[in-house]
Design a protein around this ligand. Structure first.
Ligand code: EPZ
Length: 416
């Protein structure tokens, strides 16, 4: 298993480019299943999760061609609407093939994703929505079996805000008979990016980005070309890395417009954040001020940035209170940060983080994608060397992380 070795103590400086958004690319690649014509995507990040999804689509009969960050998918010859457990267990976002398969082929067999480190992560809302649109859905032997001659537009309400739930149902509704209204829809920018791609393919969607999305079903979608939006969580992660080291960093190919809540907190922590048209520059103080936060659906503070902010609070001046309201078990990075010397205490879904002067390098273990990022951020300022183990978690969501960090001056290397 690969490890990362990081020597702390370098102030990051310089400029790096942000990749396309993982959480936009995953649903958007699945949208290709909705048409028999080829669809081309640009700015697709080179990540393990993307590779896994492309292998799953290929298994279904989708023709995949890839040239750098451009991917063309042709689902004209799909003959196998099944997503096997072997594929789905490694990447729960595979559930995003369910809506498109049912909409286009009238049937699907998709393995239940199962839980993951951060929580049970059920898909009951995805299923409830498809049933409301007329699909017969059974969950047997760990698989979701869905069948329907033709989906019908319906008024859908999700019990909680669910990002992939909204995305799955929005894709399914594109080819349904009549109009679908999704109430309590997720407002994340990635949902909007998916809606923009679907509209380019001929879908009739209005309201994406708000909490009520209307989709008028059409008989078929056609090919299109779509550029994936920048990854706002990768952006926030590098801004945190710059902030914790007292650095001066510019991240390009991105913008502050999807990150208001995160930029707000970085400024409260004492950073100067300058938003440019296609880039963000962050200049950090010698020592950050503690910032408390509470995660919630967009546009509030994103849960995917919670772990990174626990790391920067670990060495900030003061005490921060961090509340995680989305997932039931998303503090696993806390015990690893304690191994680096962080002074924090967990009480249910609340973490109390008292900033310390210095962290000490140690061997730590990554448990999930964003927890890994948090350990890397802490390691950048820990005294001496830190070894981060199990970094396959990182490779799922961060493209060429050690290359980008090294370009900013960090002393980091991967050992196989
Ligand atoms: C998406 O996951 C993201 N993944 C996650 O990013 C992100 O943390 C999450 O949204 C919240 O923003 C992708 O977009 C691929 P949810 P998703 O459905 O859609 C509960 C990362 O690090 N729920 O919005 O799976 C669920 O358990 C990943 O990039 C149900 O109970 O999250 C959770 O508590 C991690 N039933 C809450 O809702 C359902 O049917 C929000 O989950 C669906 C969700």
């Amino acid at each position: 298993m690969d490890k990362l070795l990081i020597e702390g103590g370098v102030r990051l400086s310089g400029e790096i480019a942000i990749s396309g958004a993982k959480n936009a690319a995953l649903p958007i690649l699945c949208a290709a299943l909705l048409t028999s014509e080829p669809v081309t995507f640009t700015n697709v990040p080179r990540l393990n999760d993307i590779g896994t999804l492309l292998r799953l689509l290929e298994q279904m009969g989708v023709k995949v061609s890839r040239d750098g960050d451009t991917v063309t998918l042709d689902a004209g010859g799909v003959n196998n609407p099944v997503a096997s457990y072997e594929m789905v267990k490694t990447m729960r976002a595979s559930i995003l093939v369910l809506g498109p398969l049912v909409a286009r082929f009238g049937e699907a067999q998709v393995s239940l994703p199962g839980g993951c480190a951060i929580g049970a992560r059920p898909v009951d809302q995805h299923i409830k929505g498809l049933q409301a649109m007329g699909a017969e859905v059974k969950v047997e032997h760990g698989y979701v079996h869905a069948k329907v001659p033709k989906l019908k537009g319906a008024r859908l309400f999700t019990d909680m805000v669910t990002v992939t739930g909204t995305e799955n149902l929005m894709m399914a509704a594109c080819l349904a008979d009549g109009e679908t209204v999704i109430e309590n829809a997720a407002r994340e920018p990635e949902v909007v990016d998916l809606a923009n791609c679907l509209v380019a393919m001929g879908a009739q969607i209005s309201g994406a980005g708000g909490d009520v999305i209307r989709i008028k079903g059409v008989p078929a979608l056609h090919g299109a070309t779509h550029r994936i939006m920048p990854d706002r969580i990768e952006t926030g992660t590098y801004l945190c890395a710059a902030a914790i080291t007292g650095g001066d960093v510019r991240v390009t190919g991105t913008s502050t417009c999807y990150l208001d809540a995160v930029v707000d907190k970085l400024m409260d922590a004492g950073c100067e954040v300058i938003g440019e048209r296609d880039a963000i520059r962050l200049k950090a103080p010698a020592r950050l001020t503690s910032v408390s936060l509470r995660t919630a659906p967009y546009p509030a503070f994103p849960t995917d940035m919670q772990a990174q902010f626990m790391a920067i609070n670990a060495v900030a001046n003061g005490t921060a209170v961090i509340r995680e309201t989305i997932f039931e078990n998303r503090f696993m990075h806390a015990v690893e940060l304690q191994r680096l010397g962080a002074d924090l205490r967990i009480d249910g879904n609340t973490a109390f983080v008292k900033g310390v002067e210095r962290l000490q390098g140690a061997t730590v273990m990554a448990t999930d994608l964003r927890a890994s990022a948090s350990l890397i951020i802490a390691a950048l300022v820990a005294e001496g060397e830190t070894t981060v183990d199990r970094i396959y978690h990182l490779d799922r969501g961060y493209e060429r992380l050690e290359e980008k960090l090294s370009a900013l001056g960090a002393r980091v290397r991967r050992i196989r």
